[in-house]
Design a protein around this ligand. Sequence first.
Ligand SMILES: Cn1cc(CCO)c2c3c(c(-c4ccccc4Cl)cc21)C(=O)NC3=O
Length: 289
Amino acid sequence: ARMLSRYESEFLELSCIGVGEFGTVYRCVKRLDGCMYAIKRSRRPIAGSANEQLALKEVYAHAVLGHHPHVVRYYSAWAEDDHMIIQNEYCDGGSLHDAITEKGEQGEFFCVPEMSDLLLQVSMGLKYIHSLGLVHLDIKPSNIFIRRRPSSSAGGEGDSEEEDESPSYGVVYKIGDLGHVTSISNPRVEEGDSRFLAFEVLREDYTHLPKADIFALGLTVLLAAGAPPLPQNGDDWHSLRQGALPSLPQELPAPFKDLLKTLLDPDPTTRPSASALCRHDVLRKERIG
Ligand SMILES: Cn1cc(CCO)c2c3c(c(-c4ccccc4Cl)cc21)C(=O)NC3=O
């Protein structure tokens, strides 16, 4: 009988939750601990190819990034049967892209408190990534995953983190897909999705890379606000990078709209850092009493 692969012997595959050129993602139960994991299986990249670099960056980044409540947790990675396999935390709430699409189908979109919650949580994740000298470079709704915080859970992520772990909507956002992560100081930039790409990165100006993540986060929040799908190129692509906000199906209060404009400022130095966003009073949850 053929030797069972580690994947087959250690995990029970429950369902396929994503297919792309990156590979296939499955929802699995680990037989030993009975916990659920998201496992991505991709063809082993050609030795020495750009894809191999991307695959290695992802695992290196996860190894360095350790544990944070707003970064998808990494458990293991290995190669077998000509495949690369990475075992990550399973986020049961789908991606932010799914959430935006579902709302859009009902003619709904995120309200300002929900967008503030999203912006604050992802800023905390970016603050952590940037504090370790790394940048994500592919921030977008389909790379932000959701955990629906169980109302009264025994487990859940370690509440020991210093960050405020009491999400107002019972939703926890986590930054995932670290395939484009690179070092701030000596960057090897593999451009992410062009719809979220900051103009200065297209021009290969890598002097403010953390601000490229902030720009992509600004466009991500715009989509949550109900903005139409983003252009991949052309005049609309450029006008979004000259400070013009697209028309939104809701009137945003000035303080929030102005904050969003600073995230999308053509000048990266004007955009707030992730750390500044975490302290921003527009995002502070007013404490009751
Ligand atoms: C398509 N897709 C759907 C999901 C579940 C959302 O409810 C998902 C996850 C991940 C990933 C993922 C992304 C990039 C690299 C590795 C993985 Cl496992 C992809 C996912 C991941 O790392 N954790 C996930 O939950």
